[in-house]
Design a protein around this ligand. Structure first.
Ligand code: ARG
Length: 269
């Protein structure tokens, strides 16, 4: 009799546990939609959320379309990676200059932002294998008489804060006498060029060509430097590096990267 009672109790408890599980998984689903932003980053988090940061001012790599959606090569690549690995992707837009700090503070899981994998940055973040390589360019107004770096004396050169172009400009300043205007946003640099506040904008070649076409500008190649390729950045020691490198290697082999290049990048090299 005592035994039967115990069995009954156990059965009742089991039912309770099952019911509890049922409700909690329902709650989790609600959570997925409502608490996305408070989810702790870190290797996907509880509901497999992958938080990516970018500076969405850099078409064709990352920008925001008319309907407010992220678009571009890096965005599509991140979506592909997330899908391949079964993560839900959340994208956050921030200033390029703040991306490394966001990784160091582990506020985000990864950065795709046309970021060149420099030795200096490698001291603060881990990089994936390189997924794209492009040069640099100087963009000028169509009527400009600045046609090469020898014409940089006396002008205002615009660069994006925290980029390798900002560093490059500082090096060029040793030989040429120009002023540097370092701004947060690459698109604002182009506006400043169009309104004569800046004379030349120094930026990635792919991006430069896009602005040249869209805004009727012109420009010339950078003969001074060979920059490292673009890679995905992670907090130091992140488990995601290996996981995502495997997907990138596969994407380089199976034609996915080539497909994204065809879709987003200009054939300029
Ligand atoms: N490739 C350059 C760098 O790593 C510029 C990247 C700027 N990216 C952007 N999304 N604004 O410094």
């Amino acid at each position: 009799m005592k035994k039967n009672l115990l069995m009954l109790l156990m059965a009742a408890m089991l039912t309770l546990v099952l019911v509890a599980c049922g409700t909690s998984s329902e709650d989790d689903q609600v959570d997925d939609q409502t608490t996305e932003n408070t989810e702790e980053p870190g290797e996907g988090g509880e509901n497999n959320l992958l938080i990516m940061a970018t500076s969405a001012d850099y078409p064709p790599f990352e920008s925001i379309d008319e309907s407010g959606e992220f678009e571009g090569f890096d965005i599509e690549l991140a979506r592909y990676i997330a899908e391949e690995l079964g993560y839900e992707l959340e994208i956050r837009d921030m200033n390029f200059d703040g991306l490394i700090g966001a990784l160091q503070a582990e506020r985000v899981d990864m950065v795709l932002s046309g970021m060149s994998a420099t030795e200096e940055r490698k001291e603060n973040v881990d990089f994936s294998i390189e997924y794209h390589r492009s040069g640099e360019m100087f963009v000028t107004r169509a009527d400009s008489d600045i046609e090469g770096i020898e014409d940089l004396d006396g002008i205002v050169l615009g660069v994006q804060l925290g980029t390798i172009q900002e560093e490059g400009a500082l090096v060029l300043q040793e030989d040429y006498d120009f002023e540097i205007s370092a701004l947060d946003d690459a698109q604002v640099l182009i506006q400043e060029l169009l309104t004569n506040r800046i004379d030349v904008v120094y930026l990635d070649k792919q991006v430069a060509h896009g602005f040249i076409e869209a805004q009727g500008l012109t420009g010339f190649d950078d003969p001074t430097r060979v920059s490292p390729g673009m890679a995905i950045a992670f907090p130091i020691g992140s488990d995601l590096v290996d996981e995502i490198n495997a997907v990138l290697e596969e994407a380089l082999e199976n034609g996915k990267i080539a497909e994204l290049e065809d879709e987003w990048l200009l054939d300029i090299e």
